[in-house]
Design a binder for this molecule. Structure first.
Ligand code: ZN
Length: 393
C-alpha cells in the first residue's frame, strides 16, 4: 500500500526544512501543503494558540488536522509527531547513503522528529488514495517538544476532537512501543549573601557562592547527584548552570544554581527534590559572617512533566502491538528514561503509546534514518488506522 518513492520524497522534503523549537512555521506550511495535495480539505486543518500562550519566541501554534472517519461508530484516534528539531540540526541537508538518510555536513539530521511527521503524511495520503476504511483521525504536529514538551502541554483535547487513544511517533525502531516514561522537575536555588571587600574585611561578608558549593557537596555526599540508586528506587539529578558574582575582590552576594531531577517514581522524585531543598537551606543557614548573619536561599521548582505507565492491555498498546505483528515484526514494549509529548497526553487523560519511525542517534551529528525501518513504520501506521475502523476494535 505504501508508495516508497512518495514516502521517501516526503521524508527528504521535511528533513530539508529548518525548524528549531519556536520556529516551526515553515515545517507547518510544508506539512499543510503536502496534506492538501494528498486530498485533505482546507477545513480539516487548523492551528491552535499554543504559541500565544507560551509567549515571545514562539511563532506558530500546534498544527491540527482532523480527518473525518469513513466508518460509523468508530472512536476518534490521534497520531502525533513534533515539528521542531534540536539546534544542532540547523542547516541540515539530508542525503541518501546506502540504506540510510544522513546529514551531508556537520549537523544533526532532524529525523527526530521529521521521520514521524513524514510517516503521518504518508499514512494520511495512503488512506485517502486507496480509500482505506478508517475511524475519525486527528493528526497533531506539536511545536516546541525539544525545549521542554511545551506544545503538547498547551494542547486542549477538545481542539483535537476528544480522541479515545493516541499514537505518538517519536522513537527509534518501528516495533518499539514506549509504554512508560519518567517524571522530571527543574529546580532553581537563588542564594543571597552579603558583599564586602574581600581583602579588607572578608569576615563581614557572606558568600552566596560558598553556600551553593556546600549544598552541592552535601547532596553528592548523600548519593543524590548524577545517577541515584537508593534500594530499588532510581533517579538522576544534575546541576546544569551556575551564575553569580561580579569581581574577584568582592564577596559574592548572589548566586543562582539551576538543575534538574528525574525519576520513574513520582514519590521518589519528590524525595530527591526534598534532599536538594534541605541541603541548600542548611548550607545557607551555616554560611555566616562574624556577626552571625547567614545567607538565605529561595528554592523553587518547575514540574516539567509527569511519569506514566500504560498497561499492556491498554487498547492503544494492544492495537499498536497487533499492527507491528501484522507487519511481520515482534512488538517490543519498553520504558524510557526521558520525557515525551506522550507524558503530557497521558497526563491529560488520553492514553498514548509511542512508536519509532526509524530515526537513530538523536541529537548527534551521527543521526540517521534507517530507510527500511521508516517505510515499515509508515505501514504500521496505516495498519493501526485500518484496525481501528474494524467493529469492536
Ligand atoms: Zn523527538
Amino acid at each position: 500500500m505504501i508508495n516508497d518513492n512518495d514516502a521517501m520524497k516526503h521524508l527528504l522534503d521535511l528533513l530539508s526544512v529548518e525548524g528549531p523549537s519556536g520556529k516551526e512555521s515553515q515545517v507547518a506550511e510544508t506539512i499543510t501543503r503536502k496534506l492538501l495535495a494528498a486530498g485533505c480539505r482546507k477545513a480539516w486543518i487548523k492551528q491552535d494558540d499554543a504559541h500565544r500562550q507560551l509567549g515571545p519566541g514562539y511563532e506558530t501554534g500546534n498544527l491540527i488536522v482532523q480527518l473525518p472517519g469513513t466508518v460509523k461508530h468508530a472512536p476518534r484516534i490521534l497520531f502525533s509527531a513534533h515539528m521542531d528539531t534540536v539546534p544542532l540540526c540547523k542547516g541540515a541537508e539530508p542525503v541518501v547513503k546506502d540504506k540510510r538518510v544522513v546529514a551531508r555536513g556537520h549537523t544533526g539530521l532532524g529525523g527526530d522528529d521529521r521521520s514521524g511527521c513524514a510517516a503521518m503524511v504518508v499514512m494520511g495520503e495512503t488512506l485517502l488514495r486507496h480509500r482505506i476504511p478508517h475511524p475519525p483521525i486527528t493528526l497533531l504536529f506539536p511545536i516546541a517538544e525539544e525545549n521542554g514538551l511545551h506544545g503538547s502541554r498547551m494542547v486542549r483535547l477538545e481542539d483535537l476532537g476528544n480522541p479515545a487513544m493516541g499514537f505518538n511517533l517519536d522513537g527509534q525502531f518501528p516495533n518499539e512501543l514506549v509504554i512508560g516514561a519518567m517524571s522530571a522537575v527543574r529546580w532553581e536555588a537563588e542564594i543571597r549573601g552579603r558583599s564586602v571587600h574581600a581583602g579588607l574585611e572578608p569576615e563581614k561578608g557572606i558568600s552566596a557562592g560558598l553556600a551553593g558549593a556546600k549544598a552541592m557537596a552535601d547532596v553528592a555526599a548523600q548519593g543524590y547527584f548524577g545517577r541515584i540508586v537508593k534500594g530499588d528506587r532510581r533517579g538522576t539529578a544534575n546541576l546544569g548552570h551556575i551564575e553569580g558574582g561580579e569581581a574577584s575582590n568582592q564577596v559574592m552576594d548572589r548566586a543562582l544554581f539551576t538543575g534538574e531531577c528525574r525519576s520513574h517514581s513520582p514519590a521518589f522524585l519528590k524525595r530527591i527534590v526534598k534532599v536538594y531543598r534541605a541541603s541548600f537551606e542548611k548550607a545557607a543557614r551555616e554560611t555566616r559572617n562574624d556577626a552571625g548573619e547567614s545567607a538565605s536561599v529561595r528554592f523553587t521548582t518547575i514540574g516539567d512533566y509527569h511519569a506514566f505507565r500504560l498497561k499492556k492491555t491498554e487498547p492503544c498498546v494492544r492495537i499498536a502491538g497487533e499492527a507491528v505483528r501484522a507487519a511481520g515484526m515482534e512488538p517490543h514494549p519498553l520504558v524510557m528514561d526521558a520525557g515525551l509529548d506522550a507524558n503530557n497526553f497521558n497526563q491529560k487523560g488520553l492514553p498514548t503509546v509511542t512508536l519509532g519511525t526509524g530515526s537513530h542517534k538523536f541529537h548527534q551529528v551521527e543521526e540517521y534514518v534507517e530507510i527500511s525501518e521508516y517505510l515499515a513504520a509508515c505501514g504500521v501506521l496505516v495498519e493501526i488506522a485500518r484496525r481501528c475502523a474494524a467493529p469492536g476494535c
